[in-house]
Design a protein around this ligand. Structure first.
Ligand SMILES: [Zn+2]
Length: 444
């Protein structure tokens, strides 16, 4: 079965591994590099340029819709000096300086895509999170969550000057890509179960089925559209996390991780006043929510979970969908397995090796060598768009984007799962400028 005790802690482990190494770098001399034992390796890695060059769809700016950046599993906006989007650099700030309107979402870090999409809706538009009466009853959590003032409250309103709807561009990294697909699906189609069983006075507008063409584009980066085989490999992670946290605390001058928030209020898992991070993490890990429950990130990231999601979340005909895939493995001549490249962050090695050789056969799908290539957390095969259980079409982008289809922008070679959001030695701000330029060049 997919349910393993606190499997989701893998992602958190990695995040802390990064925080430790990055904080070490900050604390030590500038010759050391956070991600590699030798400065030479860092220099070598720095030379690897993005292999995906992005051609805008037009020579000039065609729209000025804001861009919303949506993090993946375990993610956040900012933690100490680290930005989720950019690492030690700040992608949002860089794009803002160049005239783009950019917002960073900060939603449930280990919650299901349904919960995260609903939170994202409230966070952008403003208001109280309403997970849905039926959904809440089915999964046994609270119906309402936090209240947000709104990153872009005028979202969906008609611009008086142009008479056009104020839309947004959504960019999602990793699981964030699934989340923004779910949000787009709900905006356009609502949810029949919710609308049938909720009185109209309390029904969230997100579920009412009144078509809301509020999303101009969906862009996914390293997204496990068909799930990740890493979800089959989760054992005894918890002791490792505690070690990592102890190491992190030491690096950070024994500073408690005060800010980290799983945002699991709907499950009654709020961090208590004065609760140590260790105790909080343990409480989350040992919670019943991971037992035979499909309303978690763990289910959504598994192959059967992703497949189930792909059956109801479909590419909407008036929205542009883009995807970027990435990898940092090479094929072993001896075994045919994929192995991590030496420059992959060591925190990913064991995961990468596992995915690089994992096969499986079920009634619904076969995992074979096509699944071996990976970025340390997600199988590359999963990233160009949904295929398991999906009817969506994937085409290769060559300067002419098509609505209602996945326009695959290409593969970032020698980029691991967090390199693509700028957590490696390479500065990805120029590459994100290209992405922003592409989005701004799309017709309204
Ligand atoms: Zn839920």
């Amino acid at each position: 079965m997919f349910v393993q005790r606190c499997g989701v802690s893998v992602a958190i482990t990695l995040l802390f591994a990064w925080m430790i190494t990055t904080s070490s770098a900050n604390a030590s001399s500038s010759n050391d590099h956070p991600f590699h034992s030798s400065p030479e390796a860092a220099v070598r890695e720095k030379k690897i340029k993005p292999s995906v060059t992005i051609q805008p769809a037009a020579d000039s700016r065609q729209n000025s819709y804001p861009i919303i950046l949506v993090h993946g599993l375990g993610g956040f906006d900012q933690l100490y000096s680290l930005k989720y989007w950019g690492g030690l650099n700040d992608i949002k700030q860089d794009l803002t300086k160049r005239g783009y309107d950019v917002y960073v979402a900060d939603i449930g870090t280990v919650s299901s895509n349904w919960d995260r999409a609903v939170e994202l809706y409230a966070q952008i538009k403003g208001g109280r999170v309403d997970y849905g009466k039926v959904h809440a009853e089915t999964h046994g959590h609270a119906r309402y969550g936090r209240t947000y003032s709104g990153l872009y409250p005028e979202w969906g309103e008609v611009d008086e000057e142009t008479g056009k709807v104020k839309k947004v561009h959504l960019i999602g990294h990793s699981m964030g890509g699934q989340t923004i697909r779910v949000l787009t699906q709900l905006l356009q189609n609502g949810d029949k179960n919710e609308s049938a069983s909720t009185d109209s006075e309390t029904l969230s507008p997100l579920f009412n089925g009144e078509k809301k063409p509020w999303v101009a584009s969906v862009m996914t980066i390293s997204t496990p559209h068909d799930g990740s085989t890493l979800t089959y490999h989760v054992q005894d992670v918890f002791p490792k996390i505690q070690q990592l946290i102890a190491a992190f605390a030491a690096v950070a001058g024994n500073r408690e991780i005060m800010d980290y928030d799983f945002k699991l209020d709907q499950w009654g898992l709020k961090r208590l006043p004065g609760e140590s991070f260790d105790a909080y993490m343990k409480r989350v890990c040992e919670s019943k929510i991971w037992e035979k429950n499909k309303d978690t990130s763990e289910w959504d990231l598994s192959l059967p979970g992703a497949m189930e999601l792909n059956r109801w979340v479909q590419a909407q005909p008036d929205v542009f969908y883009f995807s970027v895939s990435n990898e940092q493995t090479y094929r072993s001549i001896l075994t045919g397995h994929e192995l991590p490249e030496p420059l992959m962050n060591p925190a990913f090695y064991s995961f990468s090796i596992y995915m690089g050789r994992h096969t499986r056969k079920t009634d619904d799908f076969v995992v074979d060598r096509r699944w071996f290539k990976n970025d340390g957390m997600v199988n590359t095969r999963s990233m160009d768009g949904p295929s398991l259980g999906s009817t969506d079409l994937i085409v290769f982008y060559e300067g002419q984007p098509e609505r209602g289809k996945w326009n695959h922008l290409g593969m970032m070679r020698s980029y691991d799962h967090l390199d693509v959001i700028g957590w490696g030695v390479r500065d990805l701000r120029p590459w994100y400028r290209e992405l922003a330029a592409l989005l701004a060049s799309l017709p309204e």
